[in-house]
Design a protein around this ligand. Structure first.
Ligand SMILES: [Cu+2]
Length: 298
């Protein structure tokens, strides 16, 4: 029922996020198996060396049942249910003037029903431009060398089972400790598919685990426990050094780099229903970005 985030995949997600501006992506966060889903493909960049985007063709994944494509001013929509693979939806700019300029961002929206099967699904998107095209169609399995990034990743959606936390964690890590240290911080990105609140954390390695915020008191940055952290729907919220973080105290053992620390996160939805997510956070000395949390003061 839980999503296990392994360090390798967390690293891959992090690498991907840094270049996400150029990719065609779906909003962050998972969606429920068998539910109605609004697939909003975000386009924020024209093809390389191009000035504008003139067409978008989405190849639907297996199990996705198209229900509706809202009309889009200045663009014609062609739906081919028998098209390539499991059907295609194509938006075509009616004129060069209607094409999406390279410095403009927008979303191309379709609605449909998600498969009942859980796991990631991928929408392959062909972006055609006034000059050239870009086929956002690579799957994680297309990358074979360790550490290699996908140049043209397909838009990914994590489909989760009913009863599971509707939230995805990525880039999780725990700061490794030095001898004598009794507490440490935990960091990750969280993306909820519907409004959720992170209300708790527990781990076998610590006697006390809390959600912390950082705030200025006078001219000193201090941290304190909060009862919950709001996670807006379809957005990524980052827990990071110097910002919101998980605080592990009364450590029962040293946390050594490379060790994997299980964290059970508890969430509450808008109706108060609780769900949990197990995240495996690798321990490391510094964040991937080299950030420094030594400014923390209790
Ligand atoms: Cu703290």
């Amino acid at each position: 029922m839980s999503l296990l985030i392994k360090s390798a995949s967390a690293t891959a997600l992090l690498a991907c996020a840094t270049t996400a501006f150029a990719h065609i992506t779906l909003p962050a966060g998972p969606a429920l198996a068998g539910s109605q889903y609004e697939a909003a493909f975000r386009v924020g960049h024209a093809c390389k060396d191009a000035r504008s985007t003139t067409g978008i063709t989405v190849r639907m994944p297996q199990g996705f049942t198209l229900e509706d494509v809202p009309a889009r001013s200045g663009w014609r929509v062609e739906i081919d249910q028998k098209g390539e693979g499991y059907g295609t939806v194509r938006w075509i700019a009616e004129s060069a003037a209607q094409a999406l300029a390279g410095d403009k961002k927008t979303e191309f929206v379709m609605r449909g029903k998600l498969p009942t099967q859980t796991g990631p699904i991928y929408f392959k998107v062909l972006q055609t431009c006034d000059r050239g095209s870009a086929d956002w169609a690579q799957l994680p399995s297309d990358v074979t060398k360790p550490g290699e990034k996908q140049a043209f990743p397909a838009a990914r959606l994590q489909v989760v089972a009913p009863g599971t936390a509707l939230v995805e964690a990525s880039s999780a890590w725990i700061r490794a400790t030095v001898p004598g240290q009794s507490g440490t911080g935990g960091f990750m990105k969280l993306a909820a598919g519907a409004p959720l609140k992170l209300v708790g954390v527990s781990t076998p390695v610590a006697g006390v685990a809390e959600i912390h915020e950082m705030r200025m008191e006078g001219d000193t940055m201090r941290m304190r426990a909060i009862s919950g952290l709001e996670l807006p729907a379809r957005q990524s919220v980052e827990l990071k050094p110097g910002g919101h973080h998980l605080m592990l105290m009364e450590l029962k053992q040293p946390i050594t780099a490379g060790q994997s620390v299980p964290l059970t996160l508890t969430f509450e939805d808008t109706k108060g229903a609780k769900s949990t997510l197990l995240v495996q956070a690798p321990a490391q000395m510094l964040s991937a970005g080299g950030g420094d949390a030594s400014a923390h003061k209790h």
